[in-house]
Design a protein around this ligand. Structure first.
Ligand code: EAX
Length: 323
């Protein structure tokens, strides 16, 4: 009799122990390499989630578009076939149209301005718009100011862009803007870009230094011009149902882990911006770092008039003038 009671007690104890230490594994993906501003974002996030939930949750990290491009990954998070993604804002307006305004060229003065807007009431209000679309947006992060690269010629003025076949993100605001420069636009998921540049399917692309460096675009692009024409946020998105299932404490843990990821991400962008130009020149790229940006802004005047109609001067000025 005693042995059976002992065995029942033992199996119950093991059962409770197992329940207490059960670990749920979730997946998060990026389209850049692990050794990048996006890689450090999700690696920090994953470490912080496991630490802050005492091991109740483990986040498996995937790099280089292993689970698909950014748009595919965001779709998978919306459907719930993938719990988390870290993405640039590129494809986001296709899911949450309110975020389109962030992609307007020359909207932000510098990174400090962009970070203040995203971390302040304007950016935080935009995060709430994700809920109705099946996402919990955990935090804004950073891709950086985007610059133009190509394999054909130096770009010193907006006229030099005319006729270049450039890969763009699958982003309606970018496509409209770059057509305004006379660029022949080819929207494409990021994991296909290196090969497209290598094969000459497109002449060029545009991305922040952090992406140009981590994607080794110096191997397939000769010319870089620091146009800084668009500020590109990144974002941590989670499947809403997966987030809602978390305890209050674990919800807080995921939100704080995302904030820690953003801190590491922004620090890496600052580091890349500091040394990136010298590194890329050392690797053989010609870098034009003194363009007259007012000429590029002026070249977009007709398109900007459209953006003022689309987004409203008040909303645009609210961002432009945010301190
Ligand atoms: O990883 O698709 C793009 O150009 C985005 O900048 C992406 O985040 C690069």
């Amino acid at each position: 009799m005693k042995l059976s009671k002992l065995l029942i007690g033992l199996s119950l104890g093991l059962g409770f122990f197992a329940a207490a230490t059960a670990q749920t594994t979730m997946r998060i993906s990026i389209s850049t390499a692990q050794n990048s501003h996006q890689g450090v974002a999700i690696d920090t996030f994953a470490k912080e989630v496991e630490k802050r939930t005492a091991g109740r949750y483990k986040v498996q990290t995937f790099y280089n578009g292993a689970l698909g491009g950014e748009r595919e990954s965001i779709e998978a998070v919306q459907l719930g076939t993938q719990e988390l993604a870290f993405s640039s804002s590129g494809p986001i307006p296709n899911f949450v149209p309110e975020t389109k305004i962030l992609d307007v060229p020359f909207l932000f003065r510098d990174k400090a301005h962009a970070r203040a807007v995203l971390d302040g009431p304007i950016g935080q209000d935009l995060l709430t718009k994700f809920d109705a679309k099946g996402f919990k947006a955990l935090a804004w992060a950073e891709n950086g100011f985007r610059h133009m690269t190509n394999s054909k010629r130096d770009v010193k003025t907006p006229e030099d862009l005319k006729g270049l076949k450039m890969r763009t993100m699958e982003n309606p605001v970018h496509i409209a803007a770059y057509k305004g420069f006379g660029i022949i636009t080819t929207p494409m998921a990021f994991p296909e870009v290196f090969t497209a540049l290598q094969q000459g399917t497109v002449d060029g692309q545009e991305n922040p230094l952090s992406v140009i460096i981590s994607a080794k675009f110096d191997q397939v692009q000769k010319h870089l011009t620091l146009t800084g024409h668009v500020y590109s946020p990144c974002i941590f998105v989670m499947n809403k149902a997966s987030f809602d299932k978390l305890s209050t404490a674990d919800k807080q843990a995921f939100l704080e882990a995302a904030k820690e990821g953003t801190k590491a991400n922004r620090a890496r962008v600052d580091e890349d911006d500091t040394k990136g130009v010298a590194d890329l020149r050392a690797k053989g790229m010609t870098v034009i770092d003194n363009v007259d940006k007012t000429r590029f802004v002026a070249a977009l005047a007709p398109v900007n008039a459209e953006f003022e109609k689309q987004f409203g001067k008040v909303a645009l000025d609210k961002i432009r003038n945010y301190k």
